[in-house]
Design a protein. Sequence first.
Length: 624
Amino acid sequence: MRRTAASIASRSHQPWLRRHAYSVRLTSCFLFVALSTGVICAVAEINLIWVANGVLLAYLLLSSRRRWPAYLAVGYAAQIVAGLLTGQTLGMGLLLAALNGSEAFLAALLLRRRSTTVPHFTELGYLIRFACFGVVAAPLASGSAVAILRSIWPHLHIETTSMQWVAADSLGIGIATPVFVAILRGDFRKIHHLRTQWVTLILLAAATIAAFQIDNPLCIFLIFPLLALVLIRMGMEWAAISTLLVAFTGGWCTLQGHGPFAPAHTFSHLDPAIQLQVFTASCVFLLYCISVVLEREQAMVRKLEKIAALHTLVSENSRDAIILADLSGQRSYVSSAAESLGWKPEELFTQEGLALVHPDDQQRAQTIVRELNSGSEGAMIECRVRNRNGDYIWVEASLRVVRDPDSGLPTGVLNIVRDVSERKQAEHKLQEAYNAVEALAVTDALTGLANRRHFDQYLATEWRRSMRDHQPLSLLMLDADKFKAYNDTYGHPRGDNCLKQIAEACMDVVSRPGDLVARYGGEEFVVVLPNTAGEGALAIANEICEALRSRRLPHSGNAPGIVTVSAGCATLIPRFGKHAPELVEMADCALYRAKANGRNQACTYSVAEIAAGQLPDAVPVAKV
């Protein structure tokens, strides 16, 4: 793929080390493998440990498989060059380098079956695999190859036996690979470690020199806590480097005949080189044991930090105030969203549990708190609370009991509070709009009285109530006299005004809260009079007729010359078997009687008719 100018420009601005990281890694691999090979070949006293394979294995484990050939070639070349510089023949150098390279390749192949697998020596599973494949299996395979070669070519000058080969390679891989993995994975850009922890490094260096200059073997144990201190304060990469320096110092002093591992002062029958190698392996083992504990602790810290960050993100960006309090109401946590309620979080810590709740809502709030204390898991309440300015706002509080994770006993209450003042205002406006629509649905648009629908509902309700209470229920039906002639003479606008005057006259007379005046249809009006006997209903009907006459509304087509009404009165005590429409029919028949008798009057039934429960025949007088 052709690189764009932007990608080339961005790469040119990267640090030199990052741009040439792969080349630097190959160069360091060559130097470290050559150095470890040359030192061991040159100093015969320490040839019981072969570090070069462990170094090469560390590079292979940390690189992708497509780069393994390059690292194997560099390691192969480094061992040949180091062997030639220390006096090996070219043929022997080629053979030994091939065996060592094959061993490192086999160990890497067994340990890294998938390309995404990375060395993780603080995990028990990976540590076991490393011990089985890297420390045991790969050295045994190369040791077996050495044994086969020695049996085929007896004159082959391989100085070590197969068992010595296995032991040296196992020790080398077991010590060098974890150390170099830690070094190569370290972040050495953080040079502030050197500025802040140089005292620790100086103490470790002084203790190491002193321990390997003094013949007392107990002095070497002073190195362990200092290595642990370097690990804790500076990281695994610096601890690994410190371990290498300790091993190098110990080996140098031992070769000079000083220290507890010198042949003259050894406290064991083991070879001094083996003792030094065991000590180095113990240092590496100690560092990785401590690393396991530190990594688990750091993982827990990272998890807690993630939880804390998530908690902060939710609480700081939530419009709901989160309040945690104990069962007595003492608050232990208040989120910053409490400012939406008119309080700063620190101010709510000094307020008592229900002190901010409106007096009219405190009883409901106290009831919910008692329910939570009695075993209820949660509740929700809408109430008014006071803000800093003394005003009350509506809030919705969702409360839930917090329980101890071990005992399961309630320890507090989690309260999530939301300001719902705007919603309450919207609900209030919606209720007002609903009431207005409902009022329009049951109100006559012209007169403002109840319409026919409202009348039917109200009459049915009062019929059932009067039946239950055994009380009389009266109904008046009124009709404007000769209203068609009025419209023909004065026009419909004057007719509408006349109907309004009739409605006002009815309302002036009917004043009890339980009474209802409604427009029945056209120029007809009805009046429902609960708990009213026939005499009272007739009196009210006459008062309505008189109230309209007193208005003196001109009507040339009516005999009196003014607008008048005729009224029919009906009264019943509802009982089972009777229905409200019968009362309407009785009032309508009475209205016909009033019209038949000359209009401008109110008529009702005789007591005998009502007592007999018989409906009189309708008087065949046409309504005008």
